[in-house]
Design a protein around this ligand. Structure first.
Ligand code: 4AD
Ligand code: MG
Length: 486
């Protein structure tokens, strides 16, 4: 036992020693280094954010993306290459000293400055530090990460992603990589991107049989396949063996929308929970995920979050965002929601009656009606939700839910899943889908359990919490109709 333990310890030590290190100092390292004798040597690289050349001295701010703060560098102007300007990449060697300026505690007195990459700011469409509109920077996706605004967004996206993983890991979920290539259109909304090869491929299989080939052999798998619109059905196979599972991955929808809330490629977080009989349990989990994630992001990156709240076009943004964290979310059934909306039909482009789907204008109205507090709408008519949603006792509605939030509308969609073999079989028969869903029926045939889950749009969460009016500014490389050039 003792030898085994000591072996483990030496293995752990080995792992620690093998931690990757470039041996170089990042700007984060420099700010965090303990200063010995008030002065020590540094050598680092980065991009110049702002640049001021005077006769005798040159001042610039250096940033390498390892922290938000930039490092001030002061150099004898004779040390500086004449091409040096904002936007250049440089290597700097020098001494870190206490700064006399009011804006920073320390600065580097450079002894050597090496220009790595020049930056022609006459041509550069996104000159460092210039204030550009988000519509403008969106035209230069390859340069956008260098802007202050998008840089902060990427950091917050990172924090929020990790907060979501932490939430599920802490709650005992298993993380599953559901596939991107799929043979099902889970939502049945016909918004799938189809997969074809650009040359004809042989679909001969190892058994020597020819698979049925369509489109002159362009169907790689021998049958129609799509980019995933949801990993839910795959997660359901996992909750046939694991109580709780989740995924967090790219999701694709060929929606012909250029609106502010839709992307053709977005990230969805989906959770699936076995042995759950009540939609109310699913609602509690949804609420808890949103609250914990937002709280975590606020705790870790308060300054950055505040920057977004202040730059939002909505002066109430901080109040709206806080309502995601500290208010008890409203609950109402679809039938109750329709009553409220019907009374106000004169305000809508699409007039509603029971059985109609809610549009963005109705979703936003409902949230406003609930004092800008997120609202769960439950128990939709069967025809409005996909085949898998569990039928309620009234036979007219299903145990499905949408969480609606301020400014964005639907943030999460979820439901109890129909676990009863006979009920799901007759629903699949009705829709003419039985043949291709035999595997799904197997899940109900062998050890079926009550279960349910939900899917949350990651970009819509960022949009609502940070107050970003266009969803295209919440993701590094937005894709929407006629826009996928990079
Ligand atoms: O409501 P949806 O379609 O639900 C599902 O796909 C379920 N199968 C999820 C599940 O139960 N496992 O999509 C879930 C969420 C929406 O509420 C919305 O936030 C986001 O995904 N979403 C989009 N986000 C950005 N762009 C789009 N085109 C989106 N479509 C859906
Ligand atoms: Mg939905």
């Amino acid at each position: 036992m003792h030898t085994r333990l000591s072996k483990l310890n030496s293995l752990q030590r080995l792992c620690l020693h093998r931690r990757y290190s470039t041996g170089k100092q990042s700007i984060y390292d420099i700010f965090n280094q303990t200063r010995k004798n008030g002065r020590f040597s540094v050598s680092t690289e980065g991009w110049i954010k702002s640049f001021r050349k005077q006769k005798k001295f040159t001042f610039f701010h250096l940033n390498d993306g390892t922290c938000v703060k930039s490092l001030q560098v002061v150099a004898d102007s004779q040390l500086c290459d004449s091409c040096l300007s904002a936007g250049c990449s440089v290597r700097v060697e020098g001494d870190l000293v206490r700064s006399l300026g009011p804006d920073q505690a320390v600065e580097v007195q450079a002894t050597n400055i090496q220009l790595i990459g020049e930056c022609d700011n006459k041509e550069n469409p996104l000159k460092p530090k210039s204030p550009y509109s988000l519509d403008f920077t969106r035209q230069y996706l390859h340069l956008r990460p260098r802007t202050e605004h998008h840089g902060q967004l990427l950091r917050l996206r990172n924090t929020a992603s990790m907060a979501i993983h932490k939430y599920f890991q802490d709650q005992g979920y298993i993380f599953i990589h559901t596939p991107i290539l799929s043979s099902n259109d889970c939502e049945g909304a016909g918004e799938t991107f189809s997969i074809e090869t650009d040359v004809s491929v042989s679909t001969e299989v190892s058994s020597g049989q020819d698979e049925q080939s369509d489109h002159d052999g362009k169907l790689f798998f021998g049958h129609p396949t799509y980019l995933t619109v949801s990993g839910q059905l795959h997660l359901e196979t996992i909750t046939g063996a694991f109580r709780k599972a989740y995924n967090f991955g790219p999701t694709f929808r060929a929606e012909n929308s250029v609106g502010r809330h839709h992307l053709a490629e977005f990230y969805m977080i989906e959770a699936e929970i076995a042995f759950t009989e009540n939609l109310a349990d699913i609602l509690r989990e949804m609420e808890s995920l949103v609250k914990t994630t937002c709280c975590d992001v606020l705790e870790k990156n308060a300054e950055m979050v505040d920057y977004f709240w202040k730059s939002s076009t909505n002066p109430e943004q901080s109040i709206i965002a806080k309502s995601l964290i500290d208010r008890h979310y409203v609950r109402m059934t679809y039938t109750e929601a329709i009553k409220v909306l019907e009374r106000n039909n004169d305000k809508f482009v699409y007039k509603l009656k029971w059985g109609c789907d809610l549009h963005k204008e109705h979703e936003k109205y409902l949230v406003k009606y609930c004092n800008n507090i997120p609202v769960f709408v439950t128990d939709f008519p069967t025809s409005l939700k996909p085949f898998y949603a569990r039928r309620n006792k009234d036979e007219e509605t299903v145990a499905a839910v949408d969480l609606l939030v301020p400014e964005v509308g639907e943030l999460i969609g979820g439901s109890l899943r129909e676990e009863r073999y006979d009920v799901i079989k007759s629903r699949l028969d009705e829709l003419g889908m039985t043949a291709s869903y035999q595997w799904y029926l197997d899940l109900r045939r062998y050890g079926s359990v009550t279960h349910g889950g939900f899917g949350m749009g990651f970009e819509r969460l960022l949009q609502c919490f940070l107050g970003i009016s266009n969803i295209k500014d919440t993701i590094p490389f937005p894709r929407w109709p006629h826009h996928c050039s990079l």
